[in-house]
Design a protein around this ligand. Sequence first.
Ligand SMILES: [Zn+2]
Length: 674
Amino acid sequence: MVIQMPSFSTSSGGAGAGALHETDTTILQKQTEKECQPYFMDLTTLSSQEQHDLVRIGLLPEPLPPNENNETGSREDYDQEQCNNPDKTVLEIQLLREQHREYLAQVWTRALRAPFVSLDSSRPWILYWCLQGYDLLYHNTDTTTKTKGWITPQDGRKMVTTLEDCWTGYWVTEEEIPQLVTDHCSTDDKEELFFQEHDDDEHRSATTTKTTTGLPRYYCGGFGGGPGQMAHAATTYAAVLALCILATDDEEETTEEEEENANEEDVDASYTQLSYPLRAQRVLHEIRLPLYRWMCSLQVYHPTPKTTKTDTDPEHQPELPQQPHKEEGAYRMQHDGEIDVRATYTIACCATLLGVLTKTKTTTTESPPKTNYTLLGRRAVMNFIISCQTYEGGFGGEPYAEAHGGYTFCGVAALTLLCPRHELQWTGLHDNTENTTTDDNNEEDDVVFRLDIAALTGWLTRRQMRYEGGFSGRTNKLVDGCYSFWQGGATAIVSSCYADFYGGGENNEENENDDNNNTDNDNHDPWLRRYYQQQQQHKQHDADDNTGMDRTIDMPFPLLYNVRMLERYILLCAQEPTGGLRDKPSKSRDFYHTNYNLCGLSIAQHYSSSSSSSQNDTNTVATDTVDNSGDTSSGRSAGIDETFGDQQQTKVEATHPVYNIRIDRVAKILAMDW
Ligand SMILES: [Zn+2]
């Protein structure tokens, strides 16, 4: 049943009376709109006392100091002036930066309370959520309220140790090597990485790669949720991201005692002497190959039986083409665990960051260039992701499951990492099905990566709630702040595809720049490409004031959602005055929602186009496409990228929409020579 969802009406106190059959869904929706409604009131209509209360909490800025327009400078005169002439800049909502930072930092500054025992198997997650949120809030280009303080060296080292303790390693002998690997041993696809010798670390005192019989064995592993817990794709992702944040840290606050031990340049120093960024780098270096082996062992492998021509049985039916197993190329979350697209994304993300996804970083002279993937990114893997797209347009966790924001992000982000854009076949925008012929020579090449991008875009844009402004996770579900990232990030990625489709995307040769350590991977990444451009521009201008630097180069595409509405939801409905962010006003804050609200805010702030570029042709075309496919588009095309709140004060750092750590950290990790 399709229900036309009414928008909240203050005058009727309800929606479309008589026009609807009320269901649990419509009742809950109306309740949610009602709980958000007070947050959306016009602040200029508040009494001066109420405004003063908001200033006290920190949601509104301190009144401006007296000036020539406000000569007496008294509170009453100031308030009166505001009432007579409400000034937008004064009534702009602020980000409770320090309160959120304090809330997140408690994870490493004090012991967690007893109820957190239920999150004992989520230690890497807690660290990642809090570090990433904290990292985004550390906005040092804000000259007015420059954020001070970063994690101490001691806390940093504790975090690395906690993550290391979650590592679960094991050895495999020859006969335990996954069939996926052995089958590809004798061909051109020979899996060098799996068999590459691994320098085991001395500080974890793993001893030898040989058994007593002298046969080689291979060290594998991943991160579990806590010490001694089974390696799991989700906690591995969280641990690797947290380690990447720590490993690329140059903000380290050095205290007097730490300075004595400062020996950071000496990579051969014993582990205990290392600073936490170098410790984190060393851990990542050490786990790279074992992690690769473990990730290979999670991939579902059902080789398609070879057809034989020797069968002369006359009753034998003509042979049909062998269909690949429906789970072929999927990943399990853990050994014997469930199959779903989260595993594909988390593995693709870790593998890319650690440089084990592609065999070589440089491509051949072929045109278009062919990326040479390891087994982790073979074509069957992409085929499985595509098979998770549902009739609605979003992605489910596995084929035939319901479309969901988290899985959609995973599907879209995994495709971005695994599938060169020129190999993706967009469908739905116009009929291009005639172009889908492929090379039949390779059994894996006859997979056509056809993604219905129009349905995907339509589904994503319809998840933005027309009244609340935030995103919901699924059709007919309620708004929730964490989808600011899951849906917002997926939309950012999809939005970038329109630039490829309509121009302004990766084919723009002048965007290539060789002044940085950017690899081929980075050149196909529109966010990193812009990041390098910004760096270069910044270097050229050698600006001493870098305020606003991140807006000097716009993305060549608009974000296909209403940025202002989303920012309004996050800043008004999701912020808790005492710190932390939440799902919706009736829910409590938590680390997970704090982080993903901030990640969503980051994407909204950094990857929309400025008003000056929102008039160009690319935007018009892309916006029109959405207008035709969704029911939430009314009034969008004007001001699609307008912002909400105090632009400078609310600014958070730029996260990368695919990896979801700060983009400068992604650049540093990808440039590392492992
Ligand atoms: Zn949520």
